[in-house]
Ligand binder design. Structure first.
Ligand code: BMA
Length: 383
């Protein structure tokens, strides 16, 4: 066992050296002219904080051995409760918090996000999750910047917010609000590392940054502009950048809308097709494709969104989700799998006490592959 561990550590060290060498061969997206401020050669942000670099390396080390469980808005609310200290439906069912906590900055102009979570309260929950050693990931269902409609208003808008466009400055002021939120995520003066996942599901048609509303060049320009603005103008250095197309079928499919390796740290996948057994293979293959692409680029893969609304299948966790993740040696290399929010009895993706899938979820929790909050090693330290 010990020998195996030594061999494994050697393998990981070799992998990380490989990652460094691979990344050295290309300019970092946010490369700074002043080499003294450079902290790393492996991330999008060449000035990323020590904790952010450690988070990436620790996730890379865990991937392949374990899969972290994540849940959107886990501690903010659940089925039949709202904003209660330390409460979590996941914890109520299995005794532990998730390892990954998802949040969303849609509605950043208001005091509450699009789903009613107060932004100041969300900051507090992010700090609490970090204090427990958990991992925070942030998506953004931002309103359509041209029409003022919601994220699902797919009236073309991106060309109008790119440099030179009539809504460019106004859009940057929205990103200023995002930046202010991110800068406020501190613990003892140190910025809390966050996995930032903007403009998700961009190969589908529903959002204004989606396929029908914006050509690939515009999407890539939007992605790069946002990242450059946050890391450059705002000097924010505690982010890992995750991209997440939805339900892809091939490598070409995945890369059809992709801003480039210099702008992506984590290759995610969102997939909501796991409602029958035939689709276990579909998800397994998609994960395998995603993980293989990530591996060849020195990046991390993740199942950034997955789930079945209301989970009407009693053994969904161990007979659907686990087999999809364990489909092959590649698919199981994803670092985490995050299910969506628990809003109500009619809209939830994790079980709550008394739920028909609760006992199967406990089996999923006890499975050696899955990691929850208390299973996590220190994620923000290490060489
Ligand atoms: C969707 C639903 C919506 C919600 C949105 C953003 O999948 O849960 O109710 O507003 O995500 O969280």
């Amino acid at each position: 066992m010990k020998d195996l561990q030594i061999i494994f550590r050697f393998f990981i060290a070799a992998l990380l050296t490989g990652i460094t060498l691979l990344s050295c061969s290309s300019e970092s997206a946010t490369g700074n002219d002043d080499p003294s401020q450079k902290t790393n050669d492996i991330l999008v942000d060449s000035m990323a904080s020590t904790g952010t670099i450690a988070l990436f390396k620790n996730l890379a080390e865990l991937a392949g051995q374990n899969v972290l469980f994540g849940h959107q808005d886990d501690t903010a609310y659940g089925v039949n409760w709202w904003a209660q200290p330390d409460r979590s439906d996941v914890k109520a069912v299995c005794g532990d918090y998730p390892a990954v906590y998802g949040w969303d900055l849609g509605g950043i102009h208001n005091t509450k996000n699009l789903d009613g979570v107060d932004f100041e309260y969300m900051k507090m929950l992010i700090r609490e999750a970090y204090a427990r050693g958990g991992i925070n990931t942030i998506s953004m269902h931002l309103d359509n910047p041209k029409t003022g409609g919601d994220a699902w208003d797919n009236t073309p808008a991106v060309s109008s917010i790119l440099p030179g466009g009539p809504h460019h400055q106004k859009y940057l002021s929205t990103i200023d609000l995002i930046a202010a939120f991110l800068k406020d995520l501190k613990s003892g003066g140190e910025a809390i590392p966050v996995i930032f996942r903007p403009y998700h599901e961009h190969n589908h048609n529903w959002p204004w940054w989606g396929r029908s509303a914006c050509p690939v060049e515009e999407y890539n320009a939007l992605w790069r502009m946002t990242i450059d603005y946050l890391t450059g103008d705002h000097d924010i250095h505690h982010l890992l950048f995750a991209i997440s197309p939805q339900e892809i079928g091939s490598e070409a499919d995945y890369l059809a809308r992709y801003p480039g390796d210099n702008f992506v740290d984590i290759l995610g996948l969102d997939d909501y097709r796991l409602y029958n057994k035939a689709n276990i293979e579909k998800l397994g293959k998609s994960l395998s494709i995603t993980a293989t692409l990530a591996e060849s680029r020195g990046k991390i893969a993740a199942l950034t969104e997955v789930g079945l609304d209301q989970i009407p299948i009693d053994d969904w966790w161990t007979a659907y989700l686990l087999p999809a993740i364990q489909y092959n040696a590649q698919s199981r290399k994803i670092a985490w799998a995050l299910v969506w929010r628990n809003f109500s009895v009619n809209h939830h993706f994790a079980p709550y006490p008394g739920h028909n899938s609760a006992s199967d979820f406990v089996k999923f929790f006890n499975h050696p592959l899955t990691l929850f909050q208390s299973d996590l090693p220190a994620m923000y330290t290490g060489e």
